[in-house]
Design a binder for this molecule. Structure first.
Ligand code: GLC
Length: 434
């Protein structure tokens, strides 16, 4: 249990980080390493902002959606200002948007975030007005996914670039990524390794392929009607799809409440089709979900957190229970929440970004899902482990899951936001108990 004084001090630190990273209408993930607006960072950060300033939380998501593409895509980065500290910048992407953006997307957590903001809101008039305005935009984004990333109507969408997954260098992508050429990439200088330890970041070979894909899509004019078929990298990630399914279900609920039956029906249908199709990614031998390589049609032998994140969606109870047991086994060796890759896999690397480290946002989504799935004890454990991690190591980008050592960037916005969420939950639970 966390003491009131300690909790107040964590809140104070988290709020200070959100304030320091606030750039007006949007929040940067962290100074230096990520100087622009990132898609799912913003949506999750808004949840933290809501504890401080509800109006500002709505603005965070509205700013992101102000840069939605005409075809419905919401880009993964909005380059609001010029900065030469980041690569690849707007000139590499060359998407031709009025305010420069990247040309790919990120995990669609907006539907979940907006429903949560709406439900928490004390100012009901503001919440209704602002949620109502966002509703059709989020619906268009969801429709974009199924139109352009699920052309055979399988019920699940593909990512075309590892950066879309939000889990940039996961082991999940290694085999499919090997098909992406490295020749012909315009020479470049990385900036991430100037802000963070290169041993904790993606490798040079991975970076070449990230850029090859960007240049390939750029040559195709960022035309989303062509990219899916033209990409040598097409992977169906259970975690990404679970987030989309959860957001579709949440958007449906919100639309129902706001008297938008068409949006409600469309999103309910998407969520139902997605949940049914997710079954095809279950691996009995791994005891979790796996990615599917859409080019070969094969499941990918890689037990990552992407295959545990379906707990965030309304998967069948026995599946959620199986994931919970798997995480509990892992917790016997790892005290700091769920590792981004199975520690028993020889490819696990404790400090390399998404190949092992623990992240607060995934602890949060899993805890959220397990509460709904009747696994409250595990959810409470994940929250306690996350807060222990913060007390020991501060508000880092991610953590070594074996030692809790902070890694990557510091003073990280979504880490701060998740702490505010966890503490608010802990407080209301303590309140309920007394
Ligand atoms: C990295 C992470 C991604 C995140 C971004 C900004 O690229 O992998 O998930 O959105 O940093 O924090």
């Amino acid at each position: 249990m966390i003491h009131a004084a300690e909790s107040a001090s964590l809140v104070e630190q988290a709020v200070a980080i959100l304030k320091a990273n606030d750039r007006g209408g949007y929040t940067i993930p962290t100074e230096g390493l990520y100087p622009f607006q990132w898609n799912w960072d913003s949506c999750l950060t808004a949840l933290g902002l809501a504890h401080v300033d509800a109006a500002r939380a709505w603005t965070e998501i509205e700013t992101l959606f102000a840069h939605q593409w005409p075809d419905g895509m919401v880009p993964h980065i909005v380059f609001h200002v010029a900065s030469d500290g980041y690569f690849p910048g707007p000139e590499v992407w060359s998407t031709g948007r009025p305010t420069p953006t990247s040309g790919i997307t990120q995990p669609p957590v907006a539907g979940f975030a907006v429903r949560r903001l709406f439900e928490r809101a004390k100012d009901r008039e503001q919440a209704e007005r602002r949620a109502r305005a966002l509703l059709p935009a989020i619906d268009r984004w969801h429709a974009w996914f199924y139109a352009h990333r699920d052309p055979q109507s399988e019920g699940l969408v593909a990512i075309l670039h590892p950066w879309e997954s939000g889990r940039d260098n996961s082991v999940d992508w290694d085999a499919a990524f090997a098909r992406v050429p490295t020749e012909g990439v315009t020479p470049y200088v990385r900036r991430d390794t100037q802000h963070a330890d290169p041993a904790h970041r993606p490798t040079k070979a991975q970076y070449d392929r990230y850029l090859w894909l960007v240049e390939h899509f750029r040559r195709l004019g960022w035309d989303n009607t062509r990219l899916h078929e033209a990409s040598p990298f097409r992977v169906v990630d259970p975690g990404f799809n679970a987030i989309l399914i959860r957001s579709a279900a949440d958007l449906a609920e919100l639309a129902e409440r706001l008297g938008e039956p068409q949006i409600a029906a469309a999103n309910r249908g998407r969520a139902a089709a997605g949940l049914a199709a997710l079954e095809g990614l279950w691996s009995a031998s791994h005891g979790q979900y796996l990615c599917r390589d859409r080019v070969t049609g094969e499941l990918i032998d890689s037990a990552s957190i992407g295959g545990l994140l379906p707990a965030f969606a309304a998967i069948p109870r026995p599946r959620a229970a199986a994931l919970a047991r798997r995480i509990e086994r892992q917790a016997l060796t790892l005290p700091f929440g769920v590792a981004s890759h199975d520690p028993d896999d020889p490819r696990f690397e404790a400090k390399r970004y998404w190949r092992g480290p623990s992240w607060l946002i995934t602890n949060y989504m899993l805890a959220e899902g397990f509460v709904a799935a009747g696994e409250a004890a595990l959810a409470a454990k994940l929250v306690a482990a996350s807060l222990a991690l913060i007390r020991q190591s501060g508000f880092a980008e991610y953590y070594d899951p074996l030692t809790g050592e902070p890694c990557g960037g510091g003073r990280f916005s979504w880490t701060a936001a998740m702490v505010l969420e966890f503490l608010a939950d802990t407080k209301s639970q303590n309140g309920r108990r007394t």
